[in-house]
Design a protein around this ligand. Structure first.
Ligand code: FAD
Ligand code: UDP
Length: 364
């Protein structure tokens, strides 16, 4: 076998698809879980499509990524809206004019919102943490109500210890745009993410072995190039110590109700245990009567590996592994766990396509 890929997530599947369809070569994918798709896997229960690893909404400004994935799925037009449950009210996230109006019973417009923010924001010269981002953009009361406890719960540490990039994912807007994402291309795959993934690897040249840790399998086979998309510390048998990945436990239930909440996701910043509730029918626009499925997310350090941990300690430790990664000659690292990067789906695909062009096709 010339190419072996560890991990059947979006990064592994994109590279497998390219190798099989563009190079006409055989590929073996080894996957630990009992399904393909990695964290974007979805499945049906009681006729409702449920995303096993939490709400996933496709959004990108990368035309190339949109066009690539559109080869494997049609899209439902969907623009994501999130409400945050705070002080007994439901207010739009991210922060915009409507958030302040709902939260403080105001009647601001663009000009008066600017004035309000000017009066409430803190003067911070150099943004060093995620906490600084909110204090500088909107001030302490907004931070306390909407960000402080959510972030503490989500990451198990204060936003003061987290890289600014974490909360910078959330924009601050001086308008009435209550959409969660502003990207040019947004949508949900018409038949779900798993179907899209199945179409990506619908080629006899691609073989998938499920329920298998690659370390148990690789020793018995020969290959020229390994593409690794699992956790990087595990690859190097933790030689520089364990990297931290923040985990989530996903708990879903099917309810005998038509509708549970107003929008696809409601955040609960001040609930002691879970961060948010997703109602899948609102994301996928499924027409199922009398039933709906909801999911709560409980963060912790055990469970599904979801996020690389963006504190300086672990970013530094990753650099030790990175030096080893750069020296490898027949191993290519891709994806969120191996590259230890907080990638959205679109950047995972973009990166996988670039890896294919620059490191695989070129050397073929
Ligand atoms: P993964 O999907 O993690 O795939 C890696 C695969 O490797 C897994 O299947 C794993 O089982 C396998 N593996 C690991 N170790 C081994 C081993 N030893 N042997 C064999 N196989 C192994 N992105 C968006 O664009 N929009 C969203 O709305 C969005 N929402 C998200 C919500 C949550 C809760 C999370 C956690 C992420 C979200 N993302 C979202 C990000 C998205 O999930 C990722 O960008 C994408 O799934 C990463 O793909 P990947 O292939 O890099 O990693
Ligand atoms: N966040 C928050 N309150 C919210 C939503 C987000 O404090 O209501 C913070 C939290 O630290 C989170 C980060 O903003 O990790 C980024 O949010 P995003 O929704 O982009 O995270 P995702 O769920 O996509 O990883």
């Amino acid at each position: 076998m010339k190419y072996v890929i560890v991990g059947a997530g979006l990064s592994g599947l994109t590279i497998a698809e390219r190798i099989a369809n563009q190079l006409n070569e055989e590929v073996l994918i080894i996957e630990k879980r009992n399904h393909i798709g990695g964290n974007i896997y979805d499945f049906y229960e009681d006729g409702i499509l449920i995303q096993k690893y939490g709400p996933h909404i496709f959004h990108t400004n990368e035309k190339i990524v949109y066009e690539y994935l559109s080869e494997f799925t049609e899209w439902l037009d969907y623009e994501h809206h999130v409400l945050s449950n705070v002080d007994g009210k439901l207010v739009p996230m991210p922060i915009c004019i409507d958030t302040l109006n709902a939260l403080y019973d105001l009647d601001l417009d663009e000009e008066s919102m600017k004035k309000w923010i000017e009066e409430h924001k803190e003067d911070i010269d150099e943004i060093k943490s995620s906490e600084d981002v909110v204090l500088k953009n909107a001030g302490r009361d907004i931070y306390n109500k909407l960000f402080k406890n959510y972030t503490q719960k989500q990451w198990g540490t204060s936003a003061a210890n987290l890289d600014p990039s974490v909360i910078s994912r959330i924009p601050f807007r001086f308008n009435h745009d209550t959409r969660y994402f502003e990207d040019t291309y947004q949508g949900m795959p018409k038949e779900g993410f798993t179907k899209m993934c199945e179409k990506m690897i619908d080629n006899d040249k691609i073989k998938v072995v499920l329920n298998t840790d690659y370390k148990d399998y690789l020793k018995d086979i020969e290959y020229d190039t390994l593409i690794y998309t699992g956790p990087i510390d595990y690859f190097y048998s933790y030689k520089y110590g364990e990297l931290l990945y923040r985990c989530l436990n996903f708990v879903y239930e099917v309810l005998d109700e038509d509708s549970y909440q107003e929008v696809g996701v409601v955040n609960y910043p001040n609930h002691p245990y879970f961060t948010r509730i997703t109602e899948f029918k609102k994301l996928t626009m499924q027409d199922v009567e009398g039933k709906t499925a909801i999911m709560k997310e409980y963060p912790g350090f055990n469970g599904e590996l979801c996020y690389p941990y963006p504190t300086q300690e672990y970013l530094d430790k990753f650099q030790q592994y990175k030096k080893e990664m750069d020296k490898e000659e027949n191993v290519i690292f891709a994806g969120r766990l191996a590259q230890y990067k907080y990638y959205n789906m679109d950047l995972v695909v973009k990166n996988a396509l670039e890896i294919f062009e620059t490191q695989i096709k070129k050397n073929h």
